[in-house]
Design a protein around this ligand. Structure first.
Ligand SMILES: Cc1cc2nc3c(=O)[nH]c(=O)nc-3n(C[C@H](O)[C@H](O)[C@H](O)COP(=O)(O)O)c2cc1C
Length: 208
């Protein structure tokens, strides 16, 4: 069965982001998609120290959730990450996790997966946070899934998010779209359509 990983970067295990994710999970499950929800907890998350060791060893020097998810990455057809909005951006825990996961894992292991970000804020800054999180997917040959609106909910606690009817509907629509696209891709591959074969990456620096 196809599977989607949901990573909650919020320090609140059952807060706003989690509430939005549960709505997504319910719709994904109704549409025949298995889900795994990962909460990153409240302990500090190491950020990338740009040591380059992952490029040699294939794993991050900080042996935590990043390496655990990296090892299981092939199980997931889709990845959804969620963050509270902190000063108009995603929170540090999630971006530290994402920087290290996406830097330590070869691009080819993300290619063709479906990705989406969701954000929760009390009032403002959601679109900047949302755009920031989409940057990970957009340079890994992933397919970013849309909804009826930008993927945001509003509230300071879970109950307020449940009252955000449009936000909750946006989550259900996102999940329905992701489920449809995962099934469509499976069918296309079964009928003989092949994944794109990519050229060897050109990697240039703008020095002059
Ligand atoms: C450090 C900090 C910064 C925040 N910055 C913003 C902000 O820029 N805009 C906003 O609307 N809410 C802001 N908030 C509120 C949270 O984004 C909001 O309550 C969110 O829904 C919490 O989600 P959670 O329960 O999943 O952690 C901030 C909260 C904290 C703790």
């Amino acid at each position: 069965m196809a599977k989607v990983l949901l990573v909650n970067g919020s320090p609140h295990e059952n807060g706003c982001v989690s509430t939005a994710m549960d709505e997504i999970i319910s719709t994904l499950n109704q549409n025949g998609i298995e889900t795994e929800k990962l909460w990153l907890g409240v302990k500090p998350m190491a950020d990338c120290i740009a040591c380059g060791q992952c490029q040699k060893n294939g794993r991050c020097v900080f042996d935590d959730e990043v390496n655990k998810i990296a090892a299981k990455l092939d199980e997931y057809d889709g990845i959804i990450v969620g963050s509270p909005v902190y000063y108009g951006g995603p929170n540090g825990r999630l971006t530290s996790f994402m920087d290290r996961l996406f830097f330590s894992v070869p691009k080819s292991r993300f290619s063709g997966k479906f990705g989406a970000a969701i954000v929760s804020c009390r009032r403002g800054g959601s679109t900047a946070a949302f755009e920031r999180l989409n940057q990970y997917f957009l340079m890994e040959n992933m397919h970013v899934v849309a909804s009826q609106y930008w993927n945001q909910v509003h509230g300071s606690n879970a109950e307020q998010v449940r009252q955000d009817e449009e936000g909750m509907q946006t989550m259900r629509t996102l999940a329905a779209n992701m489920a449809f696209l995962i099934h469509a891709k499976q069918k296309a591959l079964e009928s003989g359509l092949e994944q794109p074969v990519y050229e060897k990456s050109v990697f240039t620096n703008f020095i002059r």
